[in-house]
Design a protein around this ligand. Structure first.
Ligand code: NAD
Ligand code: MG
Length: 383
């Protein structure tokens, strides 16, 4: 029986690479459902090719257009809206849900998929940043495994396979450092979105590329690692590693360090999340260690304030990471639309953290309210 996969965010960077993996292993996997937010044409093309049982366009204003584009495909059910996303992930035939959409929008469908006992292949790290505690609790209660797709977390996961109950002493989380790794604070003051959108080692969606330039992405990944692997932030060390070859490592009680290495290629962690515990063939470049000079540096938290703010949020706990995530989504969009500068981003996030009411024991409803309030405050601060 082929495994049935739902891809949330199929038109994005992770989504399209996931479809490459599925195409390559069409004897093992089948697409049950594809979803996107706005890219109707791409979604319709993907649907024609992969023939899923359903497609969902999150932005309802595109429904008629999508429906007419697929008018000659009566076997594909077309839906629209956020509720449709929440509903479709619970469909009986689905084995795995790949969460590859951007931002807070991933929270609700991920929760529904977990409650429906689906295996979660998690790319949407914002879900764990916002509500890691709730998600882990629900996943345990519902016996829904969460497999990491983020390359660092996949590397950590690959390093602990076979270790049984052996405790993790420390996680070594690598970061490329982004395009501004060597810049001074003065230089950071004038960088543009065009420059920020040119990541040195990874080709990704716009939001995560900006998050990589500010290093907020790495802060989010510390939070993600804490929840996925049950390791507190003070035992997660960030190492700037500009070559992006060592994807992350784990240190054990005897001092042994295990890492996963490879050329930067997101298809590997995507495929491993699908196929675990098996490894499947993957076409592509093989690592030639003679070609790479591997370097490691300490991150500069004074220059990359977003990373420091993320650590602050983890230590504070409660709804603070949710506040940071919401403020970050606003300033990230603001920077992409030339409405704030690079250094405005951490300033606005920090002020939002000081303004929005703190809640040490948030419920799902708290997260929804906190997200809305933090967005409002950050927007107001951005002007
Ligand atoms: P992207 O912008 O390339 O694609 C995002 C996809 O999600 C698109 O299909 C879009 O239509 C859909 N989408 C966007 N907003 C939505 C909404 N509100 N509701 C429903 N669908 C929506 O993004 P990406 O780079 O593929 O990243 C996706 C997720 O994976 C992010 O959480 C990111 O942090 C994570 N991730 C990405 C990479 C990477 O290499 N791109 C690596 C690690 C983790
Ligand atoms: Mg990553």
């Amino acid at each position: 029986m082929k495994k049935q996969i739902a891809i949330l965010g199929s038109t994005g960077s992770i989504g399209t690479q996931a479809l490459e993996v599925i195409e390559e292993h069409s004897d093992l996997y089948e697409v049950y459902c594809l979803t996107a937010n706005n890219r109707v044409k791409e979604l319709a093309e993907q649907a024609r090719k992969f023939k899923p049982a359903a497609v969902v366009i999150a932005n309802e204003s595109h429904y008629e257009e999508l429906k007419s584009m697929l008018a000659d495909c009566p076997d594909i059910n077309v839906y629209a809206g956020k509720q449709a996303l929440d509903d479709i992930v619970t469909a009986g035939p689905i084995d795995m849900v790949l969460t590859a959409m951007v931002g807070f929008a991933g929270l609700s469908p991920t929760i529904q998929a977990i409650k429906a006992h689906k295996k979660i292949c998690l790319a949407n790290k914002e879900t764990l940043v916002v509500a890691g505690e709730l998600i882990c609790k629900l996943a345990a209660e519902n016996h829904a495994p969460i497999l990491p797709v983020d390359s660092e977390h996949s590397a950590i996961f690959q390093s602990i396979v076979g270790e049984g109950d052996n405790k993790i002493e420390k996680i070594l989380l690598t970061a490329s450092g982004g395009p501004f790794r060597t810049f001074s604070t003065e230089q950071l003051a004038t960088v543009t979105k065009d420059h920020a959108l040119h990541h040195p080692t990874w080709d990704m969606g716009a939001k995560i590329t900006i998050d990589s330039a500010t290093m907020m992405n790495k802060g989010f990944e510390v939070i993600e690692a804490k929840w996925l692997f049950g390791v507190e932030a003070d035992r997660i060390q960030v190492l700037v590693h500009p070559q992006s070859i060592v994807h992350s490592a784990v240190q054990f009680a005897d001092g042994a360090v295990k890492a996963q290495l490879g050329v930067p290629d997101m298809r590997l962690p995507i495929q491993y999340a699908f196929s675990f515990p098996e490894r499947l063939h993957l076409n592509g470049e093989r690592l030639d260690l003679f070609k790479h000079n591997l370097e490691f540096f300490e991150p500069d938290l004074n220059k990359f304030r977003c990373l420091a703010l993320a650590y602050e949020a983890i230590n504070k706990g409660g709804n603070m990471p949710c506040i940071v995530n919401a403020a970050n989504e606003i300033v990230n969009r603001g920077f992409l639309e030339d409405r704030c500068s690079f250094l405005d981003m951490p300033r606005i996030i920090e002020r939002t953290m000081q303004t929005v009411a703190f809640d040490a024991n948030p419920s799902y409803d708290t997260y929804i309210a906190t997200d809305a309030e933090a967005r409002r405050v950050a927007k107001e601060l951005m002007g």
